[in-house]
Ligand binder design. Structure first.
Ligand code: PRP
Length: 185
């Protein structure tokens, strides 16, 4: 049994992800040269992407990570984000770039952006491998987008279903029977 057998369809191959990362890395390099930006990966989904992306940014960058859990209360004013693992460095006066695997509703990123701005970051940008605009609940446009994906349950390359499939080297749509079967157990 291998993990790829659980996919209905491969959406993005590993080779394509590397090509996308190269292109995004060059864009980031161009825009952040001399700025010594702080790349902030949001755990855990960001891990393979940030690891690939940073190799294609040929200028000084620093790296940090944060793990947050979002709580959506139903209205914007009750949405909040709980910090499970905080940054090791200060963002005050820094140009920061949040690195995500996917922006779906956009709420996580919006809340994290607000938090980093309130901590004194000079600029807060967003680079995401995947953008799913059909899921958007807030107005948010990432500055750097790898590729736009359609609606569907995607896993692989950091993205999970119940903590599994993060280690798949491509991104694909999970077979429906996988998540309906497990949910019914
Ligand atoms: C996923 C993903 C984004 C967020 C996107 O993280 O990595 O952070 O959801 O969703 P949104 O745009 O609707 O807010 P998740 O909370 O599943 O944690 P993980 O990275 O550990 O899988």
């Amino acid at each position: 049994m291998n993990l790829q057998q659980d996919l209905e369809k491969v959406l993005i191959t590993h080779e394509e992800i590397v090509e996308i990362s190269k292109r995004m890395g060059k864009e980031i390099e161009r825009d952040y040269r001399e700025k010594n930006p702080l790349l902030i990966g949001l755990l855990k989904g960001c891990i393979p992407f940030i690891a690939e992306l940073m190799l294609h940014i040929d200028t000084h960058v620093e790296l940090d990570f944060m793990d947050v859990s979002s709580y959506y209360g139903g209205t914007k004013s009750t949405d909040s984000v709980r910090v499970l693992k905080d940054l090791g460095s200060s963002v005050k006066g820094r140009d920061v770039l949040i690195i995500e695997d996917i922006v779906d509703s956009g709420k996580t990123i919006q809340l994290v952006k607000e938090m980093l701005s309130s901590r004194g970051a000079t600029t807060v940008g967003v680079a995401t491998l995947l953008d799913k605009p059909s899921g958007r609940k807030v107005e948010l446009e990432p500055e750097y987008i790898g590729t736009v994906i359609p609606d569907g349950f995607v896993v692989g390359y950091g993205l999970d279903y119940e903590e599994n499939y993060r280690n798949l080297d491509c991104i694909g749509i999970l077979k429906k029977e996988i998540y309906t079967k497990r949910d019914g157990e």
